[in-house]
Design a protein around this ligand. Structure first.
Ligand code: FMN
Length: 212
């Protein structure tokens, strides 16, 4: 069977999708239709994975007490992170908004099932970390899929993973990969927020191609 032909129009749209994806921290609070979220999570499972193990485990965090624990976790980690900077960088860090946890209508914690039998160990005996890489690819797939629907996703990693895992009461064999906020963005930007705020600009070219 022949696959689809992606025309020039799609190519342009795809480039726009990549350019406008954004990590979002400023959300509108209005809810996302449940069937849309389900559809996006289905698309997420099209991501590649080592040995086809599909080790990603998404946990929808809806319970207010669990969300509050995650927010407290973030705030503590964020305060600790601030103390690692001095001078101008500390001032700038204090002004950054590094999560949209209070506004985002949906929260997902993403774990990797380290003991999954799926994939029968293929590929990960030499590189066990490929299991976690696979979960990251699922997140990136969700990131792009969400953007096609006008939704924004924000990745929160300023968090104590052990405490986050404990507050979500998940199986012991799952390792914490990411905490995600999903919702409609307050506004759209073609530049990353960290670039707009003078923290770190995006490079316009792929400069790290060494030749050997
Ligand atoms: C692994 C990973 C962890 C990240 N953690 C955070 C985070 O804790 N807080 C935050 O505001 N952004 C986080 N980000 C988003 C990055 O800051 C963002 O991707 C980068 O600044 C480029 O912006 P863009 O995604 O809008 O292109 C994370 C991104 C990745 C890939």
């Amino acid at each position: 069977m022949n696959g689809p032909q992606f025309g020039a129009g799609f190519e342009q749209d795809f480039e726009q999708l990549l350019a406008w994806r954004r990590d979002v921290r400023h959300f509108r609070t209005d809810p996302i239709p449940a069937d849309l979220v389900e559809h996006l999570l289905d698309l997420t499972t099209l991501a590649p994975s080592v040995g086809n193990a599909q080790p990603w485990r998404f946990v929808s965090v809806d319970d207010p007490a669990r969300r509050a624990a995650i927010i407290a976790n973030f705030e503590e980690a964020n305060t600790a992170a601030l103390s690692n900077y001095e001078g101008e960088k500390a001032q700038l860090y204090a002004q950054l908004k590094l999560a949209g946890l209070r506004q985002a209508p949906r929260h997902f914690a993403v774990f990797c099932d380290e003991m999954t039998e799926q994939g029968a160990g293929l590929g990960r005996m030499t590189m066990p970390e490929t299991l976690r890489y696979s979960a990251v690819l699922a997140i990136h797939t969700l990131w792009l899929a969400a953007r096609t629907q006008g939704l924004g996703l924000g990745w929160v990693s300023i968090i104590d993973p052990a405490a986050a895992k404990a507050s979500l009461d998940v199986p012991a064999d799952w390792s914490f990969v990411a905490y995600l906020c999903l919702g409609f963005p307050q506004d759209d930007h073609i530049e990353p927020e960290l670039q707009r705020r003078g923290w770190q600009a995006r490079e316009s070219r792929c400069r790290q191609v060494l030749q050997r």
